[in-house]
Write a protein that binds this ligand. Structure first.
Ligand SMILES: Nc1nc2c(ncn2[C@@H]2O[C@H](COP(=O)(O)OP(=O)(O)O)[C@@H](O)[C@H]2O)c(=O)[nH]1
Ligand SMILES: Nc1ncnc2c1ncn2[C@@H]1O[C@H](COP(=O)(O)OP(=O)(O)O)[C@@H](O)[C@H]1O
Length: 302
């Protein structure tokens, strides 16, 4: 029997379909914001241009939560500081509210203009256990065209770490000699404990051979490289959430409770400095994060 549906029923079905589509579009927008596929400034611009757009209909609370390293507590503090009601949608913000929100976004997530010619030197930094080593190992396996720098360190090797592959494991006397002989591009005491440094010669040779070089180093090292090589590309790897970071550190099982506490203290300092970096990448999934790093390396090669 032909399906006789009244007009209201047809309208209701169409409206239901539209609601599902909008929900899907909002979920995709949240993911793009978290993965830094779109800048928050761009989303705010689109919401301002069209209040009925997906961006315009996004609640300010969802918008802030979608940003890297913003949890519910921080979201509420930001809204109070900016004096924006949590029930607002992006498209419904007033001129003042849009102005203060844009100012906060520019301070927290600066949209950096390209700084002219980029060098082929990439720095990957980020808090302990965010997954730097895992992402770097994935790149080592899948992108042999990228030279991964092997650091020298005075820390003891972890189970499975191979001398000359993961690190050059040296004692303090040898590390002092490397410094004295000017063999390190940068070096630092990390987690107030061991020393880490980047041997200069392999980097110079790889760059001279036209290869892209990836350094996986800490915030202090990244700052030194920025000073020595302003055209280097600095990338900060973020955890999806703070809790996930803690879980990864505990799950890795390579430090005792005291060392974990020490490292998490450093992690908070490093997360607060992420604005010094050119790009933020959330390590939700290793392959995706690695692909984003490689994508940036292609940008530097241009
Ligand atoms: N400055 C600097 N930091 C480094 C170097 N190599 C590794 N690091 C950093 O030292 C910190 C400690 O590394 P590691 O002991 O492997 O612990 P993890 O951070 O938990 O992986 C991490 O932030 C690394 O990025 C280096 O050559 N120079
Ligand atoms: N995307 C991810 N999802 C879940 N666990 C991850 C992810 N990336 C890394 N890990 C795990 O987190 C722990 C810390 O990773 P690691 O590479 O040692 O971090 P880092 O080098 O930044 O200190 C490891 O146990 C690793 O297997």
């Amino acid at each position: 029997m032909a399906e006789n549906r009244s007009v209201p029923e047809v309208d209701r079905a169409a409206a239901a379909r539209r609601a599902v589509e909008r929900r899907r579009a909002r979920a995709a927008l949240k993911r793009d914001l978290t993965m830094r596929v779109v800048t928050p400034q761009k989303v705010l611009e689109r919401a301002t241009a069209d209040a009925d757009s997906v961006e315009g209909s996004m609640r300010i609370t969802d918008f802030l939560l979608a940003l890297p390293a913003i949890g519910a507590g921080k979201r509420d503090r930001i809204l109070a500081e900016l004096q924006i009601s949590p029930v607002k949608r992006l498209g419904g913000l007033g001129v003042r509210q849009r102005g203060v929100l844009r100012g906060w976004l520019d301070s927290r997530f600066p949209v950096l203009e390209p700084r002219g010619a980029r060098s082929r030197l990439l720095v990957l930094a980020g808090p302990t256990a965010v997954g730097k080593g895992t992402v770097a190992a994935y790149i080592r396996e899948h992108n042999p065209e990228i030279h991964l720098s092997v650091s020298a360190t005075t820390r003891a090797p972890r189970p499975g770490e191979i001398d000359g592959v993961h690190y050059y494991f040296v004692d303090d006397a040898e590390f002092d000699r490397l410094i004295a002989d000017g063999e390190l591009l940068e070096y630092a005491v990390v987690h107030n404990k061991s020393r880490y440094g980047t041997p200069r010669a392999p980097i110079d040779a790889a760059l001279a051979a036209g290869k892209t070089v990836l350094l996986e180093i800490d915030l202090q090292g990244a700052r030194q490289v920025r000073r020595a090589e302003p055209a280097a590309t600095l990338i900060f790897l973020l955890p999806p959430t703070w809790d996930e970071l803690v879980q990864r550190l505990v799950g890795r099982g390579t430090e005792n409770a005291e060392e974990r506490t020490r490292r998490l203290k450093t992690a908070k300092v490093e997360l607060a400095a992420q604005n010094e970096f050119d790009h933020l990448i959330v390590n939700e999934d290793v392959a995706t994060a690695a692909a984003e790093v490689v994508e940036l390396s292609l940008g530097s090669a241009r």
